[in-house]
Design a protein around this ligand. Sequence first.
Ligand SMILES: [Zn+2]
Length: 154
Amino acid sequence: MTAFIHAKKGMLTQHHLTPISQGGDKRDPKNLLNVWDRRHRSIHHTFGNKPFSAIIDILRRLSNYININQERVRQWRENFLKSKGKERRRLRHEIATLVNIELQQPDVSRSLMVIIAEPNKWHNIFNGNPLEKTIAICERLASWKANLPKFKKG
Ligand SMILES: [Zn+2]
C-alpha cells in the first residue's frame, strides 16, 4: 500500500459514505471518498458517523436555520471568538443550550456549534465555501458516486 502524506493535512485516508456499521461496502468505489486525515477527523467530529445523505440533510436544515437567524449566529460567533478561558466555556455551554432548545435537532445543533465555536474544524471540511455552495458540492458528489458503474466484488 502506498501511503500519501501531506505535511499539513496528514495521510490520505478513505472515508465510507455509508458507514460499514450501517451496511456500507468496504471497497466499493461508490462508497469511498479519499480525504486527508485532518479533514476526515473533522468530518466525524462535526457529523458523527452519519451516512452522506444524512449529512446533506443536516446541511440543508442548518442552512435554513442560519438564513433565518443570520444576525444571532453572527453575534454568537463574534462573542465566542472574543471570549477566553472560563468565560469561553460558559459561553459555549450557554449557546449550545439555547441552540438545542430552539432547534430540537441535535444533529443540526452539533454542526452549528462547530461553526460557532470551532470554525477551524468546519474550515478543514468545507474550506471557506458558503453553505449554499457547500450543499451544491455535496449533492454533485453524491450523484457522481451514485452514477459510478456497479462494483464487481472479487
Ligand atoms: Zn470516515
